[in-house]
Ligand binder design. Structure first.
Ligand code: SF4
Length: 258
């Protein structure tokens, strides 16, 4: 097995089968080999520095109802808030003065002229306040191409829009099946981010009920095919006040997931 892993790690391009092999390893030795290779690629590609980002959660108001998410619109137990402009500017100034090179503004998903204007205005004001020395990443959901272009022109450089899984069937097991949660629109939005000139980021959850190792290999291939610039992958953590929790936590115990 270790010989197979070593051979795969010396290849320039990995097939889906190679990825499945790597993602399936269990032994500490094989895991170590993969981690060492990953570290080598990382240091050769982006160096050894770790860059800190300041994260501003601008608002937890969201119009969507993703079945796994604690701040989904239908969860009435959540106390909703939106930061004031002054609060955001104070946080941005703190990040700037404390040497953060980059800021992320994250929100629930809202589509309205007022929301577009608010984010645009904040981008302009943050840049004025911080001498144009901060790089700003947005994570503000699916929007029209025109909105993405406006935010790009106002000074945002990067945009995170996680697809959560690239398996269409699985996507609809963790999202309502309606126009507001369209898999195709999600992919179109990612393409529009690239058209607008953003460095586009996406990512997936790991350990979703019914998710397979093959799904995760397909996710990695998707990132490469789409030429994604930033990837965020994290564990699926159940939230008790969600439909997915009610439906799955007994059927698929966490230790039986990928
Ligand atoms: S769009 Fe984002 S914030 Fe809104 S419900 Fe879905 S995951 Fe949660």
């Amino acid at each position: 097995m270790l010989t197979t892993i070593h051979k795969i790690l010396t290849q320039e391009t990995l097939s889906k089968s190679d990825l499945v092999t790597l993602l399936s390893v269990k032994s500490p030795e094989a895991t170590r080999m993969i981690l060492d290779k990953a570290y080598q690629v990382k240091t050769e590609t982006v160096g050894r520095k770790v860059y800190l980002r300041g994260l501003i959660e601008l608002t937890n108001i969201c119009a969507k109802n993703c079945l796994y998410c604690g701040i989904r619109a239908a969860n009435t137990k959540v106390e909703r808030y939106t930061l004031s402009t002054d609060e955001v500017l104070q946080a941005a100034e703190f990040a700037w003065k404390n040497g953060f090179g980059s800021l992320v503004i994250q929100t629930g998903e809202q589509v309205s002229k007022a929301f577009t204007n608010t984010v645009e205005d904040l981008l302009v004001r943050i840049h004025e306040k911080t001498n144009h020395e901060l790089t700003i990443t947005l994570s503000c959901g699916e929007q029209d191409l025109e909105v993405y272009k406006r935010w790009k022109n106002a000074g945002a450089d990067r945009f995170l829009l996680r697809i959560e899984t690239t398996n269409r069937a699985l996507y609809y097991k963790i999202h309502p099946q309606d126009e507001n949660h369209s898999f195709e629109k999600r992919i179109e939005a990612l393409k529009n981010l690239q058209l607008a000139g953003f460095q586009a980021g996406t990512g997936v959850m790991i350990g979703l009920p019914e998710q397979t190792i093959e799904d995760l290999a397909d996710d990695l291939i998707f990132f490469k095919t789409m030429d994604i610039d930033m990837i965020g992958m994290g564990p699926f953590i159940e939230h008790a006040d969600t439909p997915l929790y009610d439906k799955t936590h007994l059927l698929w115990p966490a230790d039986e997931r990928v």
